[in-house]
Design a protein around this ligand. Sequence first.
Ligand SMILES: [Fe+2]
Length: 465
Amino acid sequence: MYDDKRGLAFTASSQAAVDAFDDSIDEFLASGRDAAELLKRVSEADPDMIMGQVLRGYFNLLPSHAHLVPLSREALAKAQSLAAGATPRERMHVEALAAWCEGDIRRMNAIWDSILIDHPHDILALRIAHTMHFFLGDLAQMRDSMARVMPRWDESVPGYGYVLGCRAFSLEENNDLARAEPMGKRAVEINENDIWAGHCVAHVLEAQGRRQDGIDWIDGHEAAWQKRGIFARHMWWHRALHYLELERFDDVLAAYDREFWPEPFADNIDICNASGTLMRLDMLGIDVGDRWESVADVCAAKGDTRLRPFNDVHYMMALTKAGRHDAAQALLQTMRAFADEHTDGTVTLAAIYRNAGIPVAEAIMAYGAKDDARVIDIMMQARYGMLQLGGSWAQRDVWDQMLIHAAIRDERHDLARVLTAERTDMAPTSAPSWAMYGEALEKCGATAKAQTARARASALRSPRR
Ligand SMILES: [Fe+2]
């Protein structure tokens, strides 16, 4: 038995194996690109270290790639074969991995949260529970999971900054922006590599519509974050969202081409960045050229294994907008088949497909077919169930925008007026939102109010206010 740097006991054949495990966890916490590579050193040091196998299982499921799923099952089998000699904490991790492989994500999250009752310094359980609560849109669980352990952490415990960053992000997504911002900034001060904490601050600035602050925040840390893995490109996406809200569309397209989709990527974070951006631009009438094509190519190659409805609806936007109707239809069919196949309540995502993924996917297809009445019909209800798709408020917002654009295109002026009134209330610094509100008011004959809304839009196009 050997301890990690936080004093947790690990079943391993040498301290070198546990140290290698710590290195891999550190890289994972910093969203680094080498976490899986570093994990290989654990196997080299001790191929029978049970937590090494568990971590291999987790790493192969986290990115939602079909080709990695068998590797996680293989790791699970190996971990199960080693469980007899393991500690109760390690056995709970094996149980969590088994639940994940079976699709019972809520049970898995509950297992990690119960590990944290007795082992609040189990930073792997903590970080991965945080990620997977977010994955399900379980925001209260994400907030509480962190709040429960915070009193057991301080700057003397290695990794404290990462924990603070997670706590900050859980507050941000729960709209506690005032507490989240300084906490996220403090975590970045502790360790600039903590891109997840930096991302929390980016979300606060996005939610508050502080456009120039948001751009400056990312510009200011670009050199450090560029060295992070895939997640860095999501930060450039965040910066482009500010450009978009300032109606700097050329800058959005330049960022798309140079920063977050310079070439086709198979990773789901990249696909979501690309698909969400093109959809936003497309809805605003900006010509995106043939950019949908390469995103659709990657989405079409994803295959029939359904792993995350949030990703699938992003695939659906690309396939639909690139005119790949057969592939879009096939995707919808596999989503339906997944929901129909798992009806006993143990496969967490089945209900999410049924209640949110499939309706939003159908609305996207209807939007592509210009069947705006159907988009409105679906989304007026579905929008309130979208939280369970997971992802952030900023990411899911694209489908709220789709509803508004459908109302405008369908000349449902009264509906467009109330939806844009709602939007300007929620996002009072969004120039495109005020412009749409102005347009809707004009169409409804409220000329004076339309003028005021348009004036607001034009004032907001200047970034320094
Ligand atoms: Fe984000």
